[in-house]
Design a protein around this ligand. Structure first.
Ligand code: TRP
Length: 435
């Protein structure tokens, strides 16, 4: 049989904010090469823990947030006592958010706690209006309403109300003079052909679509947020999925070209895609094949049915074959989802072993995945029920934020040997892959 792995090449992978496709599944090592971003290894994770005095997030430890630009520089700044801030966003294209949408937000929440940092969240209602599909409503108000609805799900992830500012972009662009100033500076520098070469959108796109990259890029410069930072230039870190990286490459080019104006090059920390139920190497999506997507408002029954029915299994065709040959962990979606939702490495190692050996059946690993995901979704629904209109309004109110930090006691660090096995070197199959 042909070895599919070795056949993947850099040209088979297309990842842009508008398209994610890859002939044979997504190989994230190829992405590192293609994007020219850096891998997050154990040394970086050690630095994170030492400087923030918090244990690294499971998704960092397990290499799911696997890549970065200039994270070392950002950590240098933090170590020197400089302030940093976080910026991320959400394009409100539909009312229901799904599990995959929460990954960058939960990780951002961890970063906010770890760095005690200010966070700004762009709700890009205008983006979703400009890029709407022919079957989607063509009025901006619709997307603006969705921005406020989705904000409840985002707030429910636990962001610090004193340190977080959320904005609907269609409003911010009208109200914020500094935003407009940065936007004009960028528009002054870039030509349609630059946008075309970086984003793959060109002269057949609307002018609004062509301008969008500037609008998503500008909030990575702190001078946009005068109420929060005055005129201070604060280093920005953007946590996001890897398809959004291009925007910040764009920002970084812009700061290179405008050194004298002091725009600080933002750092990024990038995640893999959370897989859809139909394959461990896919991306969960709300528009394509919705029955294979787990939404945050799903009932326990729906979650159970979707996982049992659609989660691609690496188990044997029959119980007999499974007992003889065991499971293929690399394609098994239930197993993959446990990398996100089952924090305990020792327990996950046992699951990997028993499933790989055919001792544990597919129904059993799916039961564990259903249990973990249902608990997550139910907790989310409870948290969301506590988000009142007043709370939403407060997050959206332009106001000075609390920039104070309190000191934490040191934590016990791992050994260099333990760190060397983390991040991109983390063995997701716990020694069971090639047995
Ligand atoms: N463009 C993103 C989307 O379609 C939303 C978004 C806006 C975003 N600003 C961002 C994502 C900043 C990451 C970082 O979902």
């Amino acid at each position: 049989m042909e070895n599919i792995e070795s056949e993947k090449t850099i040209d088979d992978v297309v990842i842009t904010p508008w398209e994610v496709s890859s002939k044979n599944g997504i190989d994230y090592n190829i992405l590192l090469e293609k994007f020219g971003t850096e891998a997050i290894d154990g040394n970086m994770i050690e630095r994170f823990e030492r400087l923030t005095k918090m244990p690294a997030h499971t998704w960092l430890r397990r290499g799911l947030f696997f890549s970065h630009r200039d994270l070392n520089k950002l950590l240098d700044a933090y170590e020197n006592g400089e302030d940093i801030y976080l910026y991320t966003g959400r394009g409100p294209s539909s009312e229901s958010m799904h599990l995959g949408h929460m990954i960058p937000f939960d990780f951002t929440k961890y970063l906010q706690d770890a760095f005690q940092a200010i966070l700004v969240i762009q709700m890009s209602d205008d983006e979703k209006y400009y890029f709407r599909k022919p079957n989607q409503p063509d009025n901006l108000q619709h997307y603006n309403d969705l921005a406020y609805k989705n904000a409840r799900d985002i707030i429910a992830r636990g962001f610090n109300i004193e340190k977080t500012y959320m904005f609907a972009n269609s409003e911010e662009i009208r109200n914020n003079r500094e935003y407009f100033n940065i936007f004009l500076e960028m528009a002054n520098q870039f030509r349609p052909k630059d946008v075309e070469s970086v984003f793959g959108i060109g002269s057949n796109f609307s002018i609004n679509q062509l301008l969008w990259p500037l609008m998503q890029s500008a909030p990575a410069f702190s001078t946009m947020f005068k109420t929060i930072f005055q005129d201070e230039n604060v280093f920005c870190l953007v946590p996001c999925a890897i398809d959004q990286d291009v925007y910040f490459r764009f920002c970084r080019d812009f700061s290179n070209e405008n050194k004298s104006k002091g725009y600080k090059k933002p750092a990024v920390i990038l995640s893999e895609f959370f897989p859809a139920l139909q394959g461990a190497n896919s991306k969960m999506s709300s528009s394509v094949d919705a029955p294979t997507t787990i939404f945050l408002d799903d009932t326990p029954e729906q979650i159970k049915t979707k996982i049992n029915k659609y989660a691609l299994s690496g188990g044997g065709e029959t119980a007999k074959l499974h007992r003889e040959n065991g499971a293929d962990l690399t394609v098994d979606v239930a197993f993959h989802s446990l990398l996100y939702f089952h924090d305990n490495d020792e327990e996950l190692a046992i699951i990997a072993h028993d499933y790989k050996k055919g001792i544990m059946m597919t129904s059993e690993i799916k039961r564990i995945a259903i249990e973990k995901i249902t608990a997550f979704v139910q907790q989310h629904q409870h948290n969301k029920s506590l988000v009142t209109d007043d709370i939403v309004n407060e997050f959206f109110r332009k106001r000075p934020l609390n920039r104070e930090k309190t000191s934490r006691p040191d934590i016990t660090l791992k050994t260099p040997e333990e760190y060397s096995r983390l991040g991109v070197n983390f063995d997701r199959y716990f020694g069971m892959e090639n047995i």
